[in-house]
Design a binder for this molecule. Sequence first.
Ligand SMILES: C[S@@+](CC[C@H](N)C(=O)[O-])C[C@H]1O[C@@H](n2cnc3c(N)ncnc32)[C@H](O)[C@@H]1O
Length: 150
Amino acid sequence: MLEPIPWNHVHTLVELGAGTGVFTQMIYDLVRPDCQVAVFEKEEEMRELLKREFCGFHMFSNALELKDSLSSIGADRVDCIVSGLPFANFSQADREKIIRQVRETLREDGLFITFQYSLQMKTMLEAAFDEVSISLVPWNIPPAFVYTCK
Ligand SMILES: C[S@@+](CC[C@H](N)C(=O)[O-])C[C@H]1O[C@@H](n2cnc3c(N)ncnc32)[C@H](O)[C@@H]1O
């Protein structure tokens, strides 16, 4: 998930659906010290744990409010968005709302990286981004697809 990120050139990064913070920890270890990081997690208990663990990262509750939340910290454009959001469980309207905001928020050469357990998001992501590459991670349980979108 994090392999394609050019860490030295990333000044603003967003994580959507951080959950237990597995990616957040790696992001914490790898980002430039001056990188602004915003993390979105809906579950309050998890968000509170993340807040305590990763001080300095901005915490928000709902990825559906991506643009407004980032505006509130003066980050209208970002270099990279990493997502663990379970798009398969969302309504089509919510999927579209999030992907539209992701596109509008990313810089011209920005990266959106997400994992899913199916190819259900392929058509939508290919319509939204110039380039989409998909790789299968067979050793994940269950095996997962990583979508890297430019
Ligand atoms: C697959 S899990 C997280 C995976 C994460 N990488 C981890 O290691 O735990 C997806 C997460 O997205 C969160 N989530 C679902 N809908 C959300 C939303 N609209 N905004 C922010 N987080 C959301 C869930 O609460 C859940 O923690």
